[in-house]
Ligand binder design. Structure first.
Ligand code: HEC
Length: 259
């Protein structure tokens, strides 16, 4: 029993110090209460739907989302638009298809099976339109940046006038959370920029939170399933530990009493 207590204390200590070091690293970022954090975390459906709206209306003119299909918007664990809503969303985009019988490419309304429409023909065109900087694909951007969601949430609200003594070239902006503080993306959000269909007040903070939640889902579409599995695994391990403990007591009890 003593050993069991020692091992539990050790585990608590290791997990505790891990949490602490993470907290220290991200202290400088703006904080918000993410619904998907923690072992029981779930996405807030309404936030995902609003986040999709911000992505489409604001970010998608520069940032692609090449691994997503319109069908994914219906999938469980995501924004869970109804099939009819997702079909209408897809149909609002023009997709290049073909070649037809005459050997020509043609445009048609999008379908659920289509990938998200790309803002530029190719990477070079994207760079040319953005002063040489490539707006990174957004599907897994949350995973590609240290600081993850807290970083992106902060970055979107981190635009400031440069401090005295720092001059910026044309098309370069000062952002206190960007590495080196210089970013070739201008401030994208301003209060009331989108009109949320659910009536939520579209403040900069709200839009930053919603779009970041959406980006978290695109990067980790199976987060909710993973959390559920994790919970089941922990319950299973606890039951197993108890069983093993009592069977060990039983097996050794004979020897202890014989000695
Ligand atoms: C006008 C085009 C444009 C729009 C619209 C736009 N971005 Fe960007 N974004 C860029 C460019 C260009 C870069 C690359 C900047 C650089 O490398 O300096 C970038 C970079 C980023 C980065 C990565 C920063 C890093 O750490 O490298 C994030 C995150 C980002 N954008 C989020 C967003 C979000 C969220 C939206 C929508 C609310 C958005 N962007 C809208 C052009 C745009």
């Amino acid at each position: 029993m003593k050993n069991l207590i020692r091992i539990s204390l050790l585990i608590v200590f290791i997990v505790g110090s891990q949490l602490n070091s993470n907290a220290a690293e991200k202290a400088e970022y703006l904080k918000t209460d993410w619904s998907f954090k923690g072992p029981f975390g779930k996405f807030d459906r309404a936030a995902l739907q609003r986040g999709y709206q911000v992505y489409t209306e604001v970010c998608s003119s520069c940032h692609s989302m090449k691994y997503l299909s319109y069908r994914n918007l219906v999938q469980s664990g995501g924004p869970e638009f109804s099939e009819a809503q997702a079909k209408a969303i897809a149909a609002s985009f023009e997709v290049k298809d073909g070649p037809n019988a005459d050997g020509e490419m043609f445009m048609r309304p999008g379908r659920l099976s289509d990938k998200f429409v790309m803002p530029y023909e190719n990477e070079k065109a994207a760079q040319a339109a953005n002063g040489g900087a490539y707006p990174p694909d957004m599907t897994v951007l949350v995973k590609a940046r240290g600081g993850g969601v807290d970083y992106i949430y902060s970055l979107l609200q981190g635009y400031e006038d440069p401090p005295a003594g720092i001059t910026l070239d044309d098309g370069v902006y000062y952002n206190k959370y960007m590495y080196g503080n210089k970013i070739k993306m201008s401030n994208q959000l301003s209060d009331g920029l989108v009109e949320y269909s659910d009536g939520t007040n579209a403040t900069v903070e709200q839009m930053a939170k919603d779009v970041t939640t959406f980006l978290m889902w695109t990067a980790e579409p199976h987060l909710e399933t993973r959390h559920r599995m994790g919970f089941k695994a922990i319950v299973y391990l606890i039951i197993l530990t108890v069983l093993v403990y009592f069977s060990m007591k039983k097996i050794w009890s004979r020897i202890e009493t014989e000695v």
